[in-house]
Design a protein around this ligand. Structure first.
Ligand code: HAM
Length: 434
């Protein structure tokens, strides 16, 4: 029989690596709390049209990377429906904002999420078909200040703080403005016109994109195309005065807060909903997939999904890439030994197993970390197992059970002590033991 494996592009996360994932998530939650964000959890699958309308039919994500299936009706009252595993979470959050009429509160909604996303991409280091994002969205009616450039700057400043607190060094913030949707449309036409006479000299992808989606030409990495791309029209020259002012206010606030950034006029991003500010944080240690996170403003998304006017800005961090970055920076992260348990209880004989479970329960209720042995083990095997997992071994045999005095050996000092059962928890919890 062939052995089953995790599906291509998916993977298992095991201890001790999961401890690093948990640490990252704990730091993110703590930072988000300080900026007054609350957690949102949206479903992992949604109606396919949410992504077609939200992310954009022409994008790579929607046109070729989604996991979509037809969910057949199971009762007459149900309709069959096309469903999709979420490839990203912004569209879902905005759908929830509309569905729960969060705009009617008149307040700015500051929501964060942590969870899996799914894209059928070609797997490679840092690129998976199931990957995890830590993201956040700030969205609300314009009267709540949702359009203000201060929101953009605050989100970027929060990201700089989060990466610093995680201990990620050497990140670069790339910043751009793609203007209003009218600016983008004008720029698209200017690019199309500029590309028409020269596209045939470029790579095959650029030739195709020059016709279907000229903005994507700016993403091209083929070295021979770079001098041509550098001479193409720039979006900065196609922004209306409001978008220019908005962007100037974002950069002024970042300057004042001391958050470093690099202007990158080629940063247009691969999702259709963006307006004005767009950004990515990259890290040199990641190789080809060097974006740790991406995001931007999406002032028209709510309306595109049939909701009220609700400008917003947000980001999503690729958690898999954060982990890779930290592992590359601190190679010991993964080999760190698992935290040793406080005690290993070794029942002497299977007849002692039930009593051992009771003792373990008692000690665990006091907050101690306890590993439970098995009565069929010889004493030598118990000692070996205990030495690998715990700081102390507690021997539990007939005599101990009857006398209520237990033998405890501390592996770090090598000392063996007789401890009355009533004092065992306090004895094991003593500071400096082990
Ligand atoms: P995105 O740029 O498509 O934006 O993804 C954000 C981040 O997710 C990327 O920078 C990368 O770190 C990670 N990522 C994307 N695809 C993969 C993959 N296949 N494997 C591993 N990591 C990946 C969004 O998803 C937007 N929803 C961000 C946003 C929120 N914009 C506004 N609000």
């Amino acid at each position: 029989m062939t052995t089953l494996k995790a599906v291509r592009g998916t993977r298992d996360l095991l201890p001790p690596e999961t401890a690093l994932w948990n640490r990252i998530e704990a730091v993110a939650r703590a930072v988000f709390a300080r900026y007054n964000f609350g957690e949102i959890r949206t479903p992992i699958f949604e109606d396919t049209s949410l992504f077609a309308r939200g992310v954009g039919e022409e994008t790579d994500i929607v046109s070729k990377e989604m996991y979509t299936w037809e969910d057949r009706a199971r009762a007459q009252s149900e309709k069959s429906q096309s469903l999709t595993l979420r490839p990203e979470n912004t569209a879902g959050v905005v759908r929830a904002y509309i569905e729960h009429k969060l705009g009617e509160t008149g307040q700015l909604q500051k929501l964060y999420y942590i969870g899996p996303q799914f894209r059928r991409e070609r797997p490679q280091k840092g690129r998976y078909r199931q990957f995890f994002q830590i993201g956040a969205e700030v969205i609300g009616p314009p009267s709540a200040g949702s359009e203000s450039p201060l929101r953009d700057a605050e989100v970027l400043e929060m990201l700089a703080t989060l990466l610093d607190e995680l201990g990620i060094t050497g990140w670069t913030l790339h910043l751009n403005s793609v203007g209003s949707s009218a600016d983008r449309a004008r720029y698209n036409e200017a690019l199309r016109a500029a590309l028409e006479p020269i596209a045939h000299t470029m790579c095959a992808d650029c030739q195709r994109r020059a016709v279907t989606n000229p903005l994507r030409v700016l993403d091209c990495k083929v070295p021979e195309d770079q001098p041509i791309i550098e001479k193409l029209p720039r979006i900065a020259d196609h922004l209306d005065p409001e978008s220019q002012q908005h962007f100037a206010a974002v950069t002024a606030a970042l300057d004042a807060a001391g958050v470093p950034y690099t202007l990158n006029h080629r940063l247009v991003r691969g999702l259709d909903y963006y307006t004005r500010t767009t950004f990515e944080f990259t890290h040199g240690g990641l190789g080809a997939q060097n974006a740790i996170l991406g995001g931007g403003r999406y002032d028209g998304l709510s309306e595109a999904l049939g909701g009220p006017r609700a400008p917003g800005i947000g980001f999503a961090i690729g958690e898999d890439r954060l982990v890779l970055t930290l592992q590359a920076q601190e190679p010991d992260q993964n080999s760190a030994p698992r935290q040793a348990a406080d005690a290993y209880i070794a029942p002497l004989g299977e007849a002692m197993n039930a009593a051992a479970l009771s003792l373990a329960r008692e000690l665990r209720h006091t907050g101690l970390a306890v590993e439970l042995g098995e009565g069929s083990f010889r004493l030598k095997k118990s000692f070996e197992a205990a030495d690998k997992t715990a700081r102390c071994i507690v021997i539990l045999g007939e005599d101990e059970l009857q006398s209520g005095i237990l033998t405890v050996k501390d592996f770090s000092t090598g000392t063996q002590t007789k401890v009355p059962r009533a004092e065992l928890a306090v004895f094991l919890a003593e500071p400096n033991r082990g």
